[in-house]
Write a protein that binds this ligand. Structure first.
Ligand code: NDP
Length: 256
C-alpha cells in the first residue's frame, strides 16, 4: 500500500504498445499492478502483446486498434477505455515513425506523416484523455522524445522537428494542466534496439559501431531499460515533477 512506485488498479494507455519500447513500458506498468490499454494499428501484433502481458502479470489488458493520425479514432479510444475501465490515469505517447531523407528530398505528404504520427498524435491523445484524468483528480502523461529532441541530423528534418516539438508540448501541457494535478513529462531515449532502429541500421552503414563508440556505457540500450523510468514518472513518486525531459541514453547526451 505504501509503495511509492505502485500503479495498482491504475489504467494506462500506451500508444504503439504492441512492440519495442511501448511494449516494454506496458509490461513494466503491468508488473506493478496497472491495467493496460495497447493502442496501435497492427491488430495481430497487438493481440499477441495483450496475451503475453495479461498471462505474465494477471492484470487486465485490452488492445484497441488506433491510428494516431486519425482524430476520430483517438476519441473512440478514450470512449472505449472509459467504457471498459471507467477511468484513465496514465497515457504514454509512444507511437512513432521515421522517414529518412535529405531535407530537399521529402514530399509534403512524408513530412505530414511523420509530424502527424509523432507530434499531432501525441497532442490529440493528450487532449482526448484530459477530461477523464480531470474526473479522477489527476493523471500522468509521458511523452517519448528522442536524442533528436536535442541534436540535429541530416536525414531527420521531420522526425527531429516532431521530437523537438514534443518537449515543448510537454512543457505547455505541464503548465496548463498543473492545476488539474496532471503531471506531463518526457523521456528521451538514446539508441535502443528495436524494429525502428533495426531499419536505421540497415539504411546507415556503420551505425551499429558508431553508437557503441559514441555512447559512454559502450552499448545500445534495450527496450526494457525504459520501463523503470516510465514507472517512476507514472507513479506518485513523481507527483512533484512536471514538464521535464529526461534522457535515458547511457550518457549519449552528456559526452562531447
Ligand atoms: P517500433 O517501430 O518498434 O514501435 C513503434 C510503435 O508505434 C509500433 O508499436 C507501431 O505500431 C506504433 N505506431 C506507428 N505509427 C502509428 C500510428 N500511426 N498509429 C498508432 N500507432 C503507431 O519503434 P520503437 O519502439 O523504437 O519506438 C517507440 C517510440 O520511441 C517512438 O516514438 C520512437 O520515435 C521513440 N524512440 C525510439 C528510439 C530507439 O532507439 N528505438 C530512440 C528514441 C526514441 P503499429 O505499426 O501496429 O501501429
Amino acid at each position: 500500500m505504501n509503495d511509492l512506485f505502485s500503479l495498482q488498479d491504475k489504467v494506462a494507455i500506451v500508444t504503439g504498445g504492441n512492440g519495442g519500447i511501448g511494449k516494454a513500458i506496458a509490461r513494466g506498468f503491468a508488473s506493478v499492478g496497472a491495467n493496460i490499454v495497447i493502442a496501435a494499428r497492427n491488430e495481430a501484433k497487438t493481440a499477441e502483446a495483450v496475451l503475453d502481458i495479461s498471462k505474465e502479470f494477471g492484470t487486465r489488458v485490452i488492445g484497441v486498434r488506433v491510428d494516431v493520425r486519425e482524430e476520430n479514432q483517438i476519441r473512440a479510444l478514450a470512449d472505449k477505455v472509459l467504457e471498459t475501465f471507467g477511468r484513465i490515469d496514465i497515457l504514454v505517447n509512444n507511437a512513432g515513425t521515421n522517414i529518412r531523407r535529405l531535407p530537399q528530398d521529402y514530399t509534403a505528404a512524408e513530412w505530414d506523416e511523420v509530424i502527424a504520427t509523432n507530434l499531432r498524435g501525441a497532442f490529440l491523445c493528450s487532449q482526448a484523455v484530459h477530461p477523464a484524468m480531470k474526473a479522477v483528480k489527476g493523471g500522468k502523461v509521458i511523452n517519448i522524445g528522442s536524442m533528436t529532441s536535442i541534436f540535429g541530423g541530416s536525414k531527420l528534418a521531420p522526425y527531429g522537428t516532431s521530437k523537438g516539438g514534443i518537449v515543448q508540448l510537454t512543457r505547455s501541457l505541464a503548465v496548463a494542466w498543473a492545476p488539474d494535478n496532471i503531471q506531463v513529462n518526457a523521456i528521451l531515449p538514446g539508441w535502443i534496439n528495436t524494429e525502428l532502429t533495426r531499419q536505421a541500421r540497415k539504411e546507415i552503414s556503420g551505425l551499429e559501431e558508431r553508437v557503441i563508440n559514441r555512447t559512454p556505457v559502450g552499448r545500445w540500450g534495450e527496450p526494457e531499460e525504459l520501463a523503470g523510468v516510465a514507472i517512476f514518472l507514472a507513479s506518485r513518486a513523481a507527483d512533484f515533477m512536471t514538464g521535464v525531459a529526461l534522457p535515458v541514453d547511457g550518457g549519449f547526451s552528456i559526452m562531447i
